[in-house]
Design a binder for this molecule. Structure first.
Ligand code: NI
Length: 172
């Protein structure tokens, strides 16, 4: 496994709509594992392939708390089958928007269909933090960052802070 460099906004590669994968084969499994290693090291709870400069609809997630057993999720071509009418608000951050946080409103519960690391079709019902993280990572596959859910004023404030504090990315 290998750690991959994480792109930071406003890198244009973060704004691209990523391409579906044909199937989850050995090279793609390796990408998923490298993404998990990169995410754990950051540390983060989710990472999408465009954040490491790979134009594929692939993401990884693990919301297990520090010290708890790992619960990695690997998804290719995720698709939302259903979203709830009720919303939830979480303070979100992003490895590509380091050290910036803001409240984002999203559907509270979702059902997602995806290809797992064995190339099997799976469905997952998620609520709470997991529902938010899945939607946050799926946004990345369409070139959308959490700051794109904020007002122009807030987004520009964050982008200005990012360009001032540019430094080698190690975490957040
Ligand atoms: Ni993110």
């Amino acid at each position: 496994m290998a750690r991959l460099p994480i792109l930071v906004a406003p890198d244009p590669r973060l704004k691209v709509k990523a391409r579906p994968v044909e199937k989850v084969d050995e090279p793609l499994r390796r990408l998923m594992d490298d993404m998990l290693e990169t995410m754990y090291a950051a540390p983060g709870i989710g990472l999408a392939a465009p954040q490491v400069g790979v134009d594929k609809r692939v993401l990884v997630i693990d919301i297990a708390k520090d010290g708890d057993p790992k619960t990695p999720l690997r998804m290719a071509n995720p698709q939302l089958l259903w979203v709830s009418d009720d919303d939830a608000v979480y303070e979100e951050g992003c490895l590509s928007v380091p050290e910036q946080y803001a409240d984002v409103t999203r559907p509270a519960r979702i059902r997602v269909r995806f290809l797992d690391h064995q190339n099997e079709i799976r469905e997952l019902d998620a609520d709470g933090l997991l529902a938010t993280v899945v939607q946050h990572e799926m946004d990345h596959l369409d070139g959308i960052l959490f700051i794109d859910h904020l007002s122009n004023l807030k987004r520009n404030m964050i982008l200005r802070k990012l360009s001032k504090s540019r430094k080698p990315l190690v975490g957040a």
